[in-house]
Design a binder for this molecule. Structure first.
Ligand SMILES: [Zn+2]
Length: 495
């Protein structure tokens, strides 16, 4: 038997792999937009160039998918074999206890052929799914280009801003897969589903084949907290494979073979032999009830175990999203020499860095409090893009320095209460430090009158800062030009 947790985690490595592919494809889209940028003010040239780039982008993505397919196949094979061995070992202990002589997975040609068919099928669907990302990437690119063009021709934005917005939208979307039905999913969601369902169905089938070989008719179904209502009805029960033993459930009672039934899509239930006279029921009704009510505690709040697992998964998705955005802005930064654009992309990069670090801290704390294994613990090794990790850590360190502003008192007696993420990002991108800002607030060359919106401006030697005097929130900051600083210094009589 494989546990529901095992099914959750068995696709981790594949999901990580495809999340990298998502980042690479996003970089490809960003690069193509940036290459096209110079022509944005000439509509005809922009359109021709966009079409050309869209074609090349498609080819890029197709070769990315091909490049990753070897690794993907290895990862899938490893996950299937590991699950297969574990599952058969579990069943064989039960058969041995009943005096039977079962075979190891590798010694059973029938089981091996089920395993290999499962691997081939899953590889096939992963290949088909990821090939659809090439078309998706093209569409994301074309949409972003069309929107940028519209913003400029309508006069809503200058070319620089329009391109920045296009990059932002690509960073948010990333790549996706499309099913024949037209439904779209994020790559990682599709990969997790395909690998998990593939492993679950394959091990279930091997278990069934072995039961037939061992002439065993009864199987016990595992149970887990938070099972969907239709599965909660039969979890922890015994099923008769032949359907002859009417004391128990039949295969059709549990919907075996149905997408919504036992071993259907996203089902994490498993089964294993139950031998009358020898086996005892693993799940009493009382235990099943307890299981459904099992909770964990987070910050003093009791939450159902299953919900905690879902929350942890959602946090992992959130972190992956931020990592993809970081890859997009990092790529955009590589593609521009324009100073203003650099500051803008740098700011977006800094925003995502701080968010990622914040999410990581919450995630680690949540996992610790609820005793759920983190992704790092589940995967044992985890490689990040080292260059990006270093840059993110750097930004986070600089951003933390702005905490020193909290509680500071301006020359006019206002206490600083809040310094938002975005302000920190911009200041770092422009090379302003926390002490430049503190200096402006506490020892300004000039402070303006309070405006109608409660804001007040402080001009310091390096930074100019605007604060809301009612809330104590920093509104914005920018670098003071050196000529302005000189002029004010003269006026003030400091040299
Ligand atoms: Zn289920």
């Amino acid at each position: 038997m494989l546990t529901p947790e095992y099914y959750f985690y068995c696709s981790d490595e594949a999901v990580e792999l495809y999340s990298k592919l998502d980042e690479t494809i996003t970089r490809d889209i960003v690069r193509r937009i940036m290459m096209n940028e110079g022509k944005i003010t000439e509509t005809a040239k922009w359109q021709i160039e966009s079409e050309l780039q869209a074609g090349m982008l498609y080819d890029d993505v197709v070769s990315r998918v091909a490049e990753s397919s070897g690794t993907s196949k290895r990862v899938v094979k490893k996950a299937f074999r590991k699950a297969g061995i574990k599952s058969v070992d579990f069943d064989n202990k039960i058969y041995r206890a009943a005096g039977k002589t079962p075979r190891e997975l590798s010694m059973s040609p029938a089981a091996m052929s089920v395993l290999n068919a499962g691997i081939a099928k899953t590889n096939g669907s992963l290949h088909n799914l990821t090939m659809t990302t090439a078309l998706g990437a093209q569409r994301t690119f074309i949409d972003a280009c069309a929107l940028a063009e519209l913003q400029i021709t309508s006069g809503a934005m200058d070319p620089n801003t329009a391109i920045n917005e296009a990059i932002k939208s690509v960073a948010e979307t990333g790549s996706y897969v499309e099913y024949p039905s037209g439904k779209r999913d994020k790559i990682e969601v599709a990969v997790r589903r395909a690998v998990m369902t593939g492993i679950s169905q394959t091990t279930g089938e091997i278990s069934l084949a072995n039961a037939r070989e061992m002439e065993t008719d009864l199987m016990e179904i595992s149970a887990h907290a938070g099972a969907r209502p239709s599965h909660a009805e039969w979890q922890g029960q015994i099923v008769s494979i032949s359907g002859d033993n009417t004391k128990y459930l039949s295969l059709s009672d549990i919907g075996y073979g149905d997408p919504g039934g036992f071993k259907g899509i996203n089902c994490r239930h498993d089964w294993y032999p139950f031998i009358e006279g020898i086996s005892t029921r693993a799940y009493t009704d009382k235990y099943l009830e307890e299981l459904n009510n099992r909770t964990v505690t987070y910050d003093g709040e009791e939450i159902p175990q299953y919900e905690a697992e879902q929350r942890q998964r959602a946090m992992e998705r959130q972190m992956r999203d931020e990592r993809r955005k970081l890859a997009a802005y990092d790529e955009a930064l590589k593609c521009t020499e324009d100073q203003k654009q650099k500051v803008d992309f740098e700011t977006s990069f800094n925003d995502s860095s701080q968010k990622l670090k914040k999410y990581e801290r919450i995630y680690d704390d949540f996992s610790k409090q609820t005793s759920l294994p983190t992704l790092k613990e589940r995967l044992k090794t985890q490689e990040y893009d080292n260059n990006i990790s270093k840059k993110v850590a750097d930004v986070d360190k600089k951003a933390q320095e702005f905490n020193s502003l909290l509680g500071a008192k301006t020359s006019t007696g206002v206490i600083v209460n809040e310094v938002g993420i975005h302000i920190r990002s911009r200041a770092i991108a422009r090379g302003e430090s926390a002490s430049d800002i503190l200096n402006a607030l506490t020892n300004p060359l000039k402070s303006d009158k309070i405006r109608i919106d409660d804001s007040q401006q402080f001009i310091g030697e390096k930074s100019t800062v605007v604060i809301n005097v009612k809330t104590g929130k920093l509104v914005t900051t920018w670098s003071t030009s050196s000529s302005k600083a000189e002029k004010l210094k003269k006026k003030k009589g400091v040299s």
